[in-house]
Design a protein around this ligand. Sequence first.
Ligand code: NI
Length: 172
Amino acid sequence: MALRQVRIDGDPLLRKKSREVKEVNDHIRELIDDLFDTMYEEEGVGIAAPQVGVLRRIFVVDDREGNKLALINPQLETSGEEQEAMEACLSVPNMQGVVTRKAKVKVSYLDENGEEQSLETDTFLARIIQHENDHLDGVLYTDRASKVYTMEEIEAMEKEQEKQREERGENS
Ligand code: NI
């Protein structure tokens, strides 16, 4: 197991465009293993290679619903409705933001064996894939967010919601 250091917003490397992978070799597979290790250590649902300082078009995801994947040279097609949801990012600690994204994703990519794969999804995975793919073009979710909150603001909102639920419970 090898952990890699996660680059934090402000690091110019996060703003660069990543290059295509020419050959899926052991070096790439080792990077993928490290990406998974780092993602799990940080309790994320996805991480992209530029986030650990490697400007290659690779990211890994695990939606905790059985979809654990490494995607190399992904090509996305998005469709469907625009949906708003909260996002967070390992490179933007202690923040969450509201981001609008398409409901559906069709993605073709190479897996860790260099085999061509494709998948279509309209679940949480569709959002993760769009978020991670943005990293390959130097885009952070905060660029797209309509509102970004600090963890203190999120906790205060959750407390307020809890209070309202309790009040409703008492009144019913
Ligand atoms: Ni991210």
